[in-house]
Ligand binder design. Structure first.
Ligand SMILES: Nc1ncnc2c1ncn2[C@@H]1O[C@H](COP(=O)(O)OP(=O)(O)OP(=O)(O)O)[C@@H](O)[C@H]1O
Ligand code: SF4
Ligand SMILES: [Mg+2]
Length: 341
């Protein structure tokens, strides 16, 4: 079996805030295989962005406490020295941030930023790097790439800036690509173009992808596996078919039912879950419930343990093999998962 590109084990992130300690990521474990796409979904504030920023050491050190293990091709990102982490970003792990302005330097032209990224990690002369930069901008669908190279980020539209960030993330053919709402602001044609490009990278270089999105249409189209986050925890994960067609956790069922674009998900016996919306709001990370994190909103809570104990992730249904013969179990954190077995 091929080794995973990324193995995250018991990742925890706490942030000091004026309202107290925010428990933003609470024991997240998952892995991404070569060429595999893991979609991370969940409501706003569930800890999706913080969980990946923590992997690359991009949270403000003053306020963030990160623990756990995150092996990128066998090397622990969470314990490596900052200097090594800087080397790893790029060829090891490329990231497309939710807000493109945070990753572009406003005082450098687009061309210079791409060329610097290329030359920092590969032995390539300036002219060849510039040619490759123009090629990359063309590949992400930027009109007139040669001209775009000499422009500053503020001279580009938001969608164009986002495509520049994507070009930079792809430029070193990383082993792992983290895309945080990377295509949300782009129109569907460009979005499809970017997805094709990423898929090509995965075929050619075995890049593993973490794709954070609110768009379940995109999840259904690109993901091999889905990880559903709630309150900083994984409440369900499995193959895209298992999670979207046989959601086991009441939260996932609510999430799917609340999205009008998707056909109503069905249970193993063909029954349509009766949860169509998720009423209420997620708990603030400074004040998480003591028991099951979904308890205050769960329409099927009833077990006495719901209020006091955190249910473990248990396997539901049968595991399947996926990429490279990897076993892909379908797991959910709930006492009530027996109902969907
Ligand atoms: N620098 C910070 N300081 C304090 N709290 C933060 C900080 N960054 C994020 N948080 C809090 O951490 C929690 C998780 O935030 P995160 O950005 O990871 O959510 P998300 O799942 O990515 O949401 P969205 O879908 O809106 O992008 C939120 O409650 C947020 O307010
Ligand atoms: S453990 Fe209880 S509160 Fe949590 S999802 Fe299951 S039934 Fe709902
Ligand atoms: Mg986010």
């Amino acid at each position: 079996m091929t080794a995973p590109v990324l193995e995250v084990d018991d990742l925890r992130v706490q942030l000091r805030t004026p309202r107290g300690t925010a428990h933003v990521v609470n024991g997240l474990s998952y892995s991404v295989g070569p060429g595999e796409t893991v979609a991370v979904v969940g409501e706003s504030g569930s800890g999706k962005s913080v969980s990946v920023l923590a992997l690359l050491g991009l949270l403000p050190q003053r306020v963030a406490t990160v623990s756990g293990r995150a092996l990128l091709q066998g090397e622990d990102l969470l314990s490596m020295p900052p200097e090594r982490l800087r080397q790893v970003r790029g060829p090891g792990a490329g990231m497309v941030f939710q807000d493109p302005m945070t990753s572009l330097n406003p005082v450098l032209t687009v061309g210079r930023q791409i060329v610097e990224g290329l030359r920092a990690h590969a032995d390539v002369n300036a002219a060849a790097a510039r040619r490759r930069a123009a090629e990359l901008l063309g590949e992400v669908g930027l009109p007139d790439p040669e001209r775009a190279l000499d422009r500053y980020p503020h001279e580009l539209s938001g969608g164009m800036r986002q495509r520049v960030v994507i070009a930079i993330a792809l430029s070193n053919s990383p082993a792992l690509l983290i895309a945080d709402e990377a295509t949300t602001a782009l129109d569907v044609t460009v979005q499809a173009q970017i997805i094709d490009l990423v898929e090509r990278l995965q075929t050619d270089h075995g890049t593993g992808v973490i794709w954070i999105t609110h768009d379940l249409g995109v999840v259904a189209g690109i993901a091999d596996r889905v990880l559903v986050m709630y309150g900083g925890r994984c409440v369900e994960d499995g193959t895209v078919d298992d999670v979207l067609e046989r959601p086991a956790h009441p939260y996932t069922r609510g999430l799917l039912g609340s999205l009008p674009d998707l056909a109503a998900p069905v249970g193993p016996g063909g029954e349509v879950p009766d949860l169509t919306t998720v009423p209420g709001l997620p708990p603030p990370p400074t004040d998480l419930p003591a028991g099951c994190v979904f308890w205050p909103r769960c329409p099927v809570r009833g077990d006495a343990r719901c209020e006091t104990e955190q249910p473990p992730l248990v396997q539901v249904g049968s595991g399947r093999s996926g990429h490279f013969g990897r076993e892909l179990p379908h797991r959910a954190a709930t006492w009530c998962s027996e109902e969907v077995r």
